[in-house]
Design a protein around this ligand. Sequence first.
Ligand code: GLU
Length: 303
Amino acid sequence: MHFQSILNEVYTEVLAMNLDGKVSESIPELSKINPSKFGIHLTTLEGGNFGIGDSNERFSIQSVSKTLTLAMAFSKLGEKVWERVDVEPSGDPFNSLVQLEYEKGIPRNPFINAGAIVIADMIVTLYENPKEDFLDFLRAISGSDTINYNPRVAQSEKDTGFRNRALANFLKSFGNIENDVDEVLDFYFHQCSVEMSCKELAQAFYFFANAGKTKEGNQILTESQTKRLNAIMQTCGFYDESGEFTYKVGLPGKSGIGGGIVALFPKEFIIATWNPRLNEKGNSELGMHALELFTTKTGMSIF
Ligand code: GLU
C-alpha cells in the first residue's frame, strides 16, 4: 500500500472541501490557535511512518488525554475501575450535567468530562506525583522526552472551567470523588493542556494497536484490557457523534477540542490528525473527513 501517496491525496482533497467548522471558544487560550493548521501522521506496526502538513507541530491534546489516563488507571485497578464509571455511550454532550443526576453520580463512560474527572481522581489516589507521573508515562510511550503541559492553557481552563467545577462537586456530593476537588481538577486541567504532535500521538497510541505492548516491548495493558479500551473508544470516543464516526470511519479513536483525533486499526496502524476547526459536536471537521477518506481509499476499516 502506498500510504504516503494516499495521505497526500487525502490532504489535498480535504483542503479543497468547503467546510465551516469553528475553533473552540470554550477555553480562551485555545481560541487563539491558527485555524488553518492541518497535519496527518500514520504509524504502521510494521515500522512505517508517514506524515503530511503540520504533523510535527504540537497542539493541545485536550480530551485525547482521557484515553491515556484511563489506560494508567485501568492498568493498576483492572475491572474495579467500572465500579465508579460505566461503559455506555452517553448520547449527550461531553460536559452535560443532566445524566449524572439520574444515574446517581456514576458517569456513563470515562470519556465524557464527568467520567474523566472520576478517572483523574483515581490517578490522584494511585500515584504519588500524579502530574509528573502522567508526563513520565506520556514521554515513555511516545519516545519524546520533551512532551509537557502548557501552563497557560491549564490556567485558562482553570479560570473558566465552571462546568467542570460543577461536575466535580456534583460527583463529590455522590461520594464518587475521593480527593480534594481542587486537586483533582488541577490534575484534570493539566492533563488536557498537554501538547503533542500528530506524530507523537500516533507513537503514544502504538500499544492500543499492539495488544497492549509499546514498540519497545513494555506491556502497558493486557491484550484483553486493550481490546476493552479500544471498544470504549469505538462506542464513546467522539462525544455524541461516536455513532457517526463509527459509521463513516469505522475505527476506534478519540478526539479532543484542540482539534486532534487519533484512530487505530489493531495490529495494523495508528493515525492522528489535527485541525482546530470543530463541527458543532466538538470534533475536528477536517479530521473526520480525512479519516473517512483514508479508510475508504485504503479499505482499511475494522468493519
Ligand atoms: N478540557 C476540555 C474540557 O474539559 C476537554 C474537552 C474536550 O476536549 O472534549 O472542557
